[in-house]
Design a protein around this ligand. Structure first.
Ligand code: SF4
Ligand code: SF4
Length: 129
């Protein structure tokens, strides 16, 4: 992980096509019950580590809509598996694709404090004027 799309999302779906990891789905495909907005699958998000900035936040028209969450690593396994914000995919053979089973790359330059406080991705990377 991951980044998290908040309730500020206006469901424009501009971010979906931009994601290099196919980690984003519209509200109608969200695994969350009664989802009202676009959703990032943390088990797929790679924080766009090979790009200058996360592509989703770069195209998002809504300031502060996409925020940082914890790294998708073993240390934060329970954070993702036990969260009401996520439903982690269950693989037929491997079981739940938790951080313990399938950790994802993350941006080491984003502090744990900023992640804990769910600071806006655009704010940390100066995407806004
Ligand atoms: S680009 Fe932003 S506002 Fe549009 S669907 Fe994605 S997160 Fe929501
Ligand atoms: S940070 Fe990158 S990999 Fe993660 S959801 Fe956004 S576009 Fe996809």
């Amino acid at each position: 992980m991951a980044v998290l799309i908040t309730e500020n999302c206006i469901n424009c779906d501009a971010c979906i096509e931009e994601c290099p990891a196919s980690a984003i789905v519209g509200a109608d495909e969200s695994p969350l019950k009664g989802a009202e907005h676009t959703y990032v699958k943390p088990e797929k998000c790679i924080e766009c580590v090979d790009a200058a900035v996360p592509k989703c936040a770069d195209v998002c028209p809504t300031e502060g809509c996409i925020v940082w969450d914890m790294p998708y690593t073993e240390t934060y396994n329970d954070h993702f598996v036990d969260s009401d914000d996520y439903v982690i995919r269950v693989h037929k053979k491997k079981g739940i694709m938790s951080p313990e089973v399938s950790p994802r790359p993350f941006r080491e330059n984003i502090s744990i404090d900023d992640r804990t406080n769910r600071v806006s991705v655009g704010e940390t990377l100066k995407l806004y004027n």
